[in-house]
Write a protein that binds this ligand. Structure first.
Ligand SMILES: CC(C)(COP(=O)(O)OP(=O)(O)OC[C@H]1O[C@@H](n2cnc3c(N)ncnc32)[C@H](O)[C@@H]1OP(=O)(O)O)[C@@H](O)C(=O)NCCC(=O)NCCS
Length: 151
C-alpha cells in the first residue's frame, strides 16, 4: 500500500484536498494548519509545498524550504509534515519522508536537511531519528527542536 505514495505539487486541483486533511485534536498544536502553509507558500518563494498522495487520494502534506543561491550553508529545511489522522500508522509517513529526502538529495549543492518539531512530540522525534536525523542543540528554545541529516 505504501508503495503507491507519491509527492505531488499542490495544484489548483489539489489544494482543497490538502486544506481538508485533519489531525486529531491533540495533534493540532504540533504544526501550522495546511491552509496557513498553503497561503504562506504563495508569498515565500523558497517554500516547496508537496501533497502526499496514495492511490487516488491526498493523504498528507509536507513543506520544505531551500536555501538561497549563495547562502553559506546549503541546507534544506522540512518544516511542515503531516498525515491525515485517518491514514496515520499505515506507513505513508515513512514512505513520504523517504521520498522527500530523495527529492532534496537530487537538488545540486544541498548538503544537509534539517527538520523541526515541537519539543513534546516524542513520536516525531523517534521517527526522525530512525532516518538518521541527529538532534541539534536548540539553546534556549524550549518550544521547538530541530534535527539534521547530513547528506
Ligand atoms: C508523524 C507522522 C507524520 C507519521 O506519519 P504516519 O503515516 O503515521 O507514520 P508511519 O505509519 O509511516 O509510521 C512511522 C513511525 O511512526 C510510529 N508510529 C506509527 N503509528 C504510531 C502510533 N499510533 N503511535 C506511536 N507511534 C506510531 C512508528 O514508530 C513508525 O515506525 P515504523 O515505520 O518503524 O513502524 C504522523 O503521525 C502525523 O501526521 N503526526 C501528527 C503531526 C506531526 O507530528 N508531524 C510531525 C512534526 S511537524
Amino acid at each position: 500500500m505504501s508503495k503507491d505514495v507519491r509527492l505531488e505539487d499542490v495544484t489548483a486541483q489539489k489544494w482543497r484536498a490538502v486544506a481538508k486533511l485533519k489531525l486529531a485534536d491533540d495533534q493540532k498544536q504540533l504544526l501550522a494548519s495546511n491552509v496557513w502553509s498553503i497561503a504562506q507558500s504563495k508569498f515565500d518563494p523558497d517554500a516547496n509545498p508537496r501533497a502526499i498522495c496514495a492511490g487516488d487520494q491526498v493523504v498528507g502534506f509536507l513543506m520544505y524550504d531551500l536555501p538561497d543561491i549563495g547562502d553559506e550553508v546549503q541546507e534544506a529545511s522540512i518544516y511542515r509534515f503531516m498525515i491525515d489522522m485517518a491514514h496515520q500508522g499505515k506507513g505513508y509517513g515513512r514512505e513520504a519522508l523517504t521520498q522527500a529526502i530523495a527529492e532534496i538529495r537530487d537538488i545540486p549543492g544541498i548538503r544537509k536537511i534539517s527538520i523541526s518539531y515541537v519539543r513534546n512530540n516524542a513520536r516525531a522525534k523517534q521517527f526522525y531519528a530512525s532516518f538518521g536525523f541527529v538532534e541539534r542543540d536548540s539553546g534556549k528554545d524550549d518550544y521547538e527542536l530541530s534535527a539534521e541529516l547530513v547528506l
